[in-house]
Design a protein. Structure first.
Length: 642
C-alpha cells in the first residue's frame, strides 16, 4: 500500500464496505456538480448576474477538488512526488487566474468524479474477498457442561466444542468429534462438490454443513482460521506490485514533472517572441490536463487486484503481482508425480490367481500376511480385502523382508508376499508369470507375488492412482501452448507409464530433491518462464527455483502456503490451468490498457500544444479514458472457472 493509500484508509476514505453513495469523495463531487450545473444553467437563462454564477463556480471548486487536491499535496509533501493531482491542481489554479471560472469548476468536477469512482471501484475490487467472511456464522452454539451456549464466533478458543447443524456454516477451523456430514468447501478450496466427512476429519471456517449434525472441536481462533488467512493473504498480495506496475510508477514519477515543465515553457516562452499570452496560457492549462497519465497509472493495478481477488474466491491464492505476471508468461509446467499427478495412495489394480484358484483366495492369503505390516503397499492389499469383505486368516511368525516383502505362517503353511526376485531366491520358477509381470510393470504398476515354498498362488499389481482430473488438466495446459514435464523420484518405468497415460511431454525419473532443482533451473534456461507444481513441503527447493511455485492442497497448511508463490487450496490440478489463464488474461488486459493510455496521450498532448482542444474537451477526454481503463481492467474477472 502506498503512503497516499495508507493515509486514505486512516481517514476512512477507502470504501471497504457500503454503497457508493456513502463514499465521501463521491458525495463531494456530486455537490460540486450540482453547483456547477446551477451556475451554468442560471447564467445561460439570464436568471442571475454573472457574478452570482461565478460565486457558484467558486463554491464548487473547493468542494470538487478537496479530496484529490489534498491527496496531491500529501503525495508531494510526504513522498516528494509530482503526480496527476498536482498537474490538475495547477490547471485549476491557472484557469481561475485567467478568470475562466466555469472551466475551472468543470475541471474539478469531472476529475473529482472520475477519481472518486475509480478509487471506490479499485478499493471494492481489492476487498471483495472480504465478502467470504459473511459465509462464517457470527455466532456459535458452544457446548458447556452438556448445554448449548450461544456465543460470538470471534470469541471461540482452541478446545471449545461447538455444534454445526445442517445448513449452518462452520464457525472456525476444527476437527469433527461426532457426526457425519457433506461439507461444502467452495469458499475455501473452490471445490463445488460437497465432501463427505466424519470423526477426526478437519473442517474449515466458512464451509457449509449440508447434511448431518456435527460436534466440532475448535483448533484455531477465528482471526487465525483458514478463511481469515485466505482473506489476509489475498489483500496483502494485491499490494505487491508486478514489474509492469513498478515500471509505470517509475515512469510516472519522471513524466509528470516533465509535463509541468512543458506547461511552464508554454506559459513563458511564446510571450517573449510576441505571441498572445492568454492564448498560450490556455494551451498550457490544456496541456496539464491532457498530459496527466491517469489512465496509464491505472492501466495495470485494477487488472492485477481484480485477478488476485477473483482467484482467491475460487480457492487459488496468488501471492502478488509478480507471481500473477509470471503465470501470464509461463511456457512450461513441471509437476511432481506422487501427491500431485497421483493421489499418493497406492491401490490394488489387479488380482490374478494361478492354478484355477479364486481371486478372493489369493487376496485372503496376501492380506492375512500383510495385515501385520506397516508398509503402504501392504496396507493397500489389506484395504482391498476389506473393501471386498474378504475374511482374513490368523497369521503367526510374521517377518518383514526389507526391500523384498514379508512372510508369515497362515493356515499351517509359510506364505510369502513380495517381489519376483524374492521368489527366485526361494527357488521357485517365476517363468510362467514373467510375461504377466512385465506387462503389469510396463503399465507403471508394482507387482507382488503370493505363494509358499512349493508353488505360486497368484499375482497382485499395485499402483498409485492418477488423479481423475489429471488428464483434463494437462490437456488444458497444452491448449494454452504450455509444455508439461514430470519430475519424480519414482522409478523410470512407472513414471513413463503414467506420463504416457496422461499425455505428458517430458519425463525425468529417479530424482533426488537437488536433481529437481537442477532440472527446474535447466528448464528456465531453455524456456524462460517455468511453473513448478508440488506439495509445497517436500518440493520446496524446486518450487523456490521456478519462476512460479505452485503448491497443491494447501488448505489449512501453513508450510505449503509459505513455500509457494501460488497456493491451490484444493488438490485440483485443473486450477493450474485456471490460474495460468487468469494470469494471461490479466497480462493481456494490462497491455491493452497501456497501449490505449499511450494512444490517448499521443493524441491529447499534441492537440493541446497546437490549440486544437479546449480545456473542457481535454478534461472530458482525459476522464473518459481513465474510466474506460478501469472498466477494461475489471473484465479480468469474467474468466470461466473451468
Amino acid at each position: 500500500m502506498s503512503g497516499v493509500e495508507a493515509r486514505q484508509e486512516e481517514r476512512g476514505e477507502q470504501p471497504f464496505s457500503g454503497h457508493w453513495w456513502g463514499y465521501r469523495p463521491i458525495q463531494s463531487a456530486i455537490v460540486a456538480g450540482i453547483l456547477l450545473a446551477l451556475g451554468f444553467t442560471l447564467s445561460r437563462l439570464g436568471l442571475v448576474p454573472e457574478w452570482a454564477a461565478i460565486a457558484l463556480y467558486m463554491a464548487a471548486i473547493p468542494l470538487g477538488a478537496f479530496y484529490w487536491a489534498r491527496e496531491g499535496y500529501e503525495e508531494f509533501v510526504h513522498e516528494r512526488v509530482i503526480g496527476n493531482e498536482a498537474l490538475m491542481a495547477a490547471a485549476t489554479l491557472g484557469a481561475a487566474i485567467l478568470g475562466a471560472w466555469e472551466e475551472a469548476a468543470f475541471l474539478v468536477f469531472l476529475y473529482g468524479s472520475a477519481e472518486a469512482v475509480e478509487e471506490y471501484t479499485f478499493a471494492r475490487t481489492r476487498t471483495a474477498i472480504r465478502a467470504l467472511l459473511d459465509l462464517a456464522p457470527k455466532e456459535a452454539h458452544v457446548l458447556r457442561d452438556g448445554q448449548e451456549v450461544v456465543m460470538p464466533a470471534a470469541a471461540l478458543q482452541p478446545g471449545d466444542v461447538f455444534v454445526a447443524r445442517p445448513g449452518e456454516g462452520i464457525a472456525t477451523d476444527g476437527v469433527i468429534r461426532e457426526g457425519h456430514a457433506a461439507i461444502d468447501e467452495a469458499a475455501v478450496t473452490g471445490e463445488s462438490i460437497p465432501v463427505e466427512k466424519g470423526p477426526d476429519d478437519r473442517v474449515f471456517a466458512g464451509t457449509i454443513n449440508r447434511t448431518g449434525s456435527l460436534k466440532v472441536e475448535a483448533i484455531t481462533r477465528f482471526e487465525d482460521n483458514t478463511l481469515s488467512k485466505i482473506i489476509r493473504l489475498v489483500e496483502e498480495a494485491q499490494e505487491k506490485k508486478s514489474q509492469a506496475q513498478l515500471f509505470i510508477e517509475r515512469f510516472g514519477r519522471r513524466y509528470s514533472p516533465l509535463v509541468l515543465l512543458g506547461a511552464l515553457l508554454l506559459l513563458a516562452v511564446p510571450p517573449l517572441v510576441g505571441l498572445p499570452f492568454r492564448e498560450w496560457a490556455v494551451r498550457a492549462i490544456t496541456l496539464l490536463v491532457a498530459g496527466a497519465p491517469c489512465a496509464l497509472v491505472m492501466s495495470t493495478p485494477v487488472a492485477v487486484a481484480a485477478a488476485i481477488g477473483r482467484a482467491g474466491r475460487d480457492g487459488v491464492l496468488v501471492k502478488g503481482g509478480m507471481p500473477l505476471e509470471g503465470l501470464g508468461q509461463v511456457r512450461v509446467v513441471a509437476m511432481d508425480k506422487t501427491g500431485t499427478l497421483t493421489r499418493g495412495e497406492p491401490m490394488v489394480t489387479d488380482v490374478i490367481p494361478l492354478d484355477e484358484r479364486e481371486a478372493a483366495e489369493v487376496l485372503r492369503l496376501a492380506a492375512s500376511v500383510e495385515y501385520l505390516s506397516e508398509h503402504p503397499l501392504a496396507w493397500s492389499i489389506v484395504r482391498r480385502a476389506q473393501e471386498e469383505e474378504v475374511r482374513l486368516l490368523p497369521a503367526q511368525d510374521f517377518r518383514a523382508l526389507v526391500g523384498a516383502g514379508a512372510v508369515a505362517s497362515v493356515d499351517g503353511r509359510e506364505v510369502s508376499v513380495g517381489s519376483p526376485s524374492l521368489f527366485e531366491k526361494l527357488g521357485l520358477d517365476v517363468g510362467p508369470v514373467r510375461d504377466t509381470v512385465e506387462r503389469l510393470q510396463a503399465e507403471g504398476k508394482t507387482v507382488v507375488l503370493v505363494g509358499d515354498h512349493t508353488r505360486l498362488e497368484g499375482v497382485i499389481a499395485i499402483r498409485d492412482q492418477v488423479r481423475p482430473v489429471a488428464t483434463t488438466a494437462i490437456r488444458e495446459l497444452h491448449a494454452l501452448g504450455i509444455k508439461v514435464v514430470m519430475l519424480t523420484g519414482d522409478n523410470r518405468r512407472t513414471a513413463q507409464a503414467i506420463a504416457k497415460e496422461l499425455g505428458i511431454d517430458e519425463v525425468h525419473a529417479e530424482l533426488k530433491p537437488e536433481d529437481k532443482v537442477r532440472l527446474v533451473e535447466d528448464l528456465r534456461k531453455r524456456y524462460g518462464y517455468v511453473a513448478m507444481v508440488g506439495d509445497g513441503v517436500n518440493d520446496a527447493p524446486a518450487l523456490a527455483a521456478a519462476t512460479v511455485g505452485i503448491a497443491m492442497g494447501a488448505a489449512g497448511t501453513d508450510a505449503a502456503i509459505e513455500a509457494a508463490d501460488v497456493a491451490l487450496m484444493a488438490d485440483d490440478l485443473q486450477k493450474v490451468a485456471y490460474a495460468t489463464r487468469l494470469g494471461k488474461r490479466a497480462q493481456s488486459i494490462s497491455r491493452q490498457n497501456i497501449a490505449f493510455s499511450l494512444l490517448v496521450l499521443a493524441v491529447l498532448i499534441p492537440g493541446a500544444v497546437l490549440g486544437l482542444f479546449t480545456v473542457a474537451l481535454a478534461v472530458l477526454a482525459h476522464e473518459v479514458s481513465e474510466l474506460l481503463a478501469v472498466a477494461n481492467g475489471l473484465r479480468v474477472v469474467q474468466i470461466p472457472r473451468d
